[in-house]
Design a protein around this ligand. Structure first.
Ligand SMILES: [Zn+2]
Length: 271
């Protein structure tokens, strides 16, 4: 029998429930065709040894049916459902209108929702990035870890619901990553792309000391929701992302690994 898994947020061994990554209410707003399947991609690698498309699954059903067993029902029914409720009016506006205008508090609520999806999504496989202490702080205070950045823009792709994650382990020194990877954590850069109807959310996490700010920022225009720098974000003022733009933005980790100054290769030292 496999060992019982603890809730990734509260650490309790109360039994995990298989939870929908996407809230159920969203189903009626998202077309179930084009394609009537969801694609989950996980690209990961160590230093330059990227294993492209390490895992790709196409499930007969929309991304709304994607379920992950990582969270206990107590977390799911308390602070997580509160966070979902707070984001719902903003997501509904994005789903039912041509654009989206958000002030700083709404940008923060939408960012927390996107970071929640990114952290839960990390646990669909064995390659996660966010250390337990940061997950615990996210549960108790909804504090977004300092190494997360969230961007948003509308897109013109026919794909209306998608979840794509890229992750890798990256070091700026020959002695391995700084900070070193805590027990059980084996990734330190990650990009999660979420398509929610016509809205695209780009959630990057770079847990590497000395890495340039914006290492995994989108190359095609998106507004930064977290950390926010302006009073109002109006996505109607930015050119809508095309399929090519979406592809280029989601390739940030590949660009990083391809960079001529990324030299460290081989297995990571064991801490
Ligand atoms: Zn829990």
């Amino acid at each position: 029998m496999p060992p019982q898994k603890a809730c990734v947020f509260c650490g309790r061994y109360d039994g995990l429930s298989k939870e929908h990554l996407w809230p159920k209410w969203m189903g009626e707003y998202l077309p179930l065709s084009e394609p009537n399947a969801h694609i989950s991609e996980l690209h990961s690698g160590i230093a330059k040894q990227l294993r492209t498309l390490q895992r790709r699954s196409e499930r007969p059903g929309p991304v709304q049916t994607k379920k992950i067993r990582a969270v206990c029902s107590r977390c799911n029914n308390s602070w997580m459902s509160a966070l979902e409720e707070e984001a719902k009016p903003i997501l509904l506006r994005a789903l039912t209108s041509q654009g989206l205008i958000v002030g700083p508090s709404e940008a923060e609520r939408l960012s927390k929702w996107a970071v929640l999806k990114a952290i839960v999504g990390e646990h669909a496989s064995g390659d996660h990035l966010t250390p337990a202490d940061d997950r615990s702080n996210f549960r108790s205070m909804q504090a977004i870890p300092s190494y997360f950045r969230v961007f948003a823009n509308m897109h013109a792709s026919t794909t209306q619901a998608a979840y794509v994650r890229h992750s890798a382990t990256f070091s700026l020194t020959l002695n391995g990553p700084k900070p070193s990877l805590p027990k059980g954590v084996n990734r330190n850069v990650q990009l999660t792309t979420l398509l929610v109807g016509p809205l695209c959310l780009h959630v990057s996490a770079t847990r590497v000391d000395g890495a340039p700010n914006g290492l995994l920022d989108p190359v095609r225009p998106m507004a930064c929701l977290h950390p926010i720098s302006s009073a109002t974000v109006d996505l109607g003022l930015i050119p809508v992302l095309t399929d090519i733009d979406l592809h280029l933005n989601s390739r940030a980790i590949q660009r990083l690994i391809d960079h001529p100054r990324v030299k460290y290769g081989g297995e990571l030292p064991v801490p």
